[in-house]
Write a protein that binds this ligand. Structure first.
Ligand code: SF4
Ligand code: MG
Length: 336
């Protein structure tokens, strides 16, 4: 499909007393209209920092150190999200972008009925009247399989799974172009995880929503994503069709991630066959940032950063995967 979002050389740094922490450092990534793009990687890889930056929610001491985020919204010209200010941003953020933050069900206000919380969101970020908004609530609850009476309840009267569904219904209330969900299944029990995964897949199928789903949990990507972007050390190291990522991962880091997958809800295991620790954003390794841990490292790997490039030709009609690894470049001497 066509591009909805094009992230170009995005850099998000944090000032620390020991210098800049380059949490996101040169990300290039395209989100296509109507897809679920999974963003994978271990904690500290920069995926949450990337997410908050594209929603323009970066907070000091974090700052955008460079790049563009071109947004091809339905109801206007393409805009660089990084150039919006004040009122424009407030409008775009809810009209065109919606956000399901990590632990969103805990952000419901305990003293307000669900209905009042819907109205707060809907009236703040759109031009609809209170009556129009009220009329939509039962339908929105229905979209996530909740009965209309839920509107009159307080959060403490709902189970965790119901609360997560309420926040999902709020996130779709304004029919935005893109929904970003950060760790939507983390810290939920296995049964509720299943329900949330099914719900997200269903919303995409029925409403054609474009979604970015950020999670360290590869099993969730396997079930939900159309394409997966794998991040390591502040950058995307591989992007591909979900089947390719799981069946034929190209980047050695992706290979290690795939070999370490626990079942849904299971314990995380250490990366299979990979030694050493995740590097620090204050001091990324030279060249390929994975080189100190890579079982295939070559001399060139510590000297030259590999670019994110197509690594194979067409695979059974799938888009060719992109990976940044010298195994697939001239510099790596593996000339195909
Ligand atoms: Fe390993 Fe070199 Fe590829 Fe980096 S560029 S992943 S060190 S082989
Ligand atoms: Mg995170």
């Amino acid at each position: 499909g066509s591009s909805l979002l094009e992230i170009e050389d995005l850099k998000v740094y944090y000032d620390t007393i020991n210098g800049a922490a380059k949490a996101v450092d040169g990300v290039n990534l395209t989100v296509r209209r109507g897809e679920i793009l999974g963003i994978a990687g271990e904690s500290g890889c920069g995926k949450s920092t990337l997410t908050t930056a594209l929603l323009r929610l970066t907070q000091a001491p974090g700052y955008i150190a460079g790049g563009r985020i071109m947004f091809h919204r339905m109801d206007g010209d393409p805009i660089d999200l990084l150039k919006l200010s004040g009122e424009e941003l407030r409008k775009v953020r809810w009209r065109n972008l919606s956000y399901l933050p990590q632990g969103s069900m805990n952000t419901l206000n305990p003293v307000l009925r669900i209905k009042e919380q819907f109205l707060d969101v809907m009236l703040e970020h759109s031009d609809m009247s209170k009556r129009e908004a009220e009329k939509m609530i039962p339908n929105l609850l229905g979209q996530v399989n909740l009965e209309p009476y839920v509107a009159n309840m307080h959060p403490h009267e709902l189970s965790g799974g119901m609360k997560q569904r309420v926040t999902l219904a709020m996130a779709i209330a304004l029919n935005s172009d893109l929904m970003v969900a950060d760790e939507p299944t983390t810290a939920l029990d296995v049964h509720v995880q299943r329900v949330v995964i099914q719900m997200l897949a269903d919303l995409r199928d029925r409403l054609g929503m474009t979604m970015i789903v950020v999670t360290h949990d590869m099993a969730v990507h396997a079930e939900l994503a159309d394409r997966v972007a794998v991040m390591y050390a502040g950058d995307v190291v591989e992007v591909g069709d979900v089947r390719q990522i799981f069946k034929a991962p190209k980047h050695p880091y992706t290979q290690a991630l795939i070999n370490s997958i626990p079942r849904i809800g299971g314990e995380r295991v250490r990366l299979a066959g990979i030694t050493g620790n995740t590097p620090s954003p204050r001091n990324w390794p030279s060249g390929c940032r994975f080189h100190p841990r890579c079982p295939h490292a070559m001399p060139v790997c510590s000297e030259q950063a590999p670019a994110l490039l197509e690594v194979t030709k067409d695979l059974n009609g799938m888009q060719p995967p992109l990976a940044s690894c010298h195994l697939y470049t001239q510099a790596g001497g593996n000339d195909e």
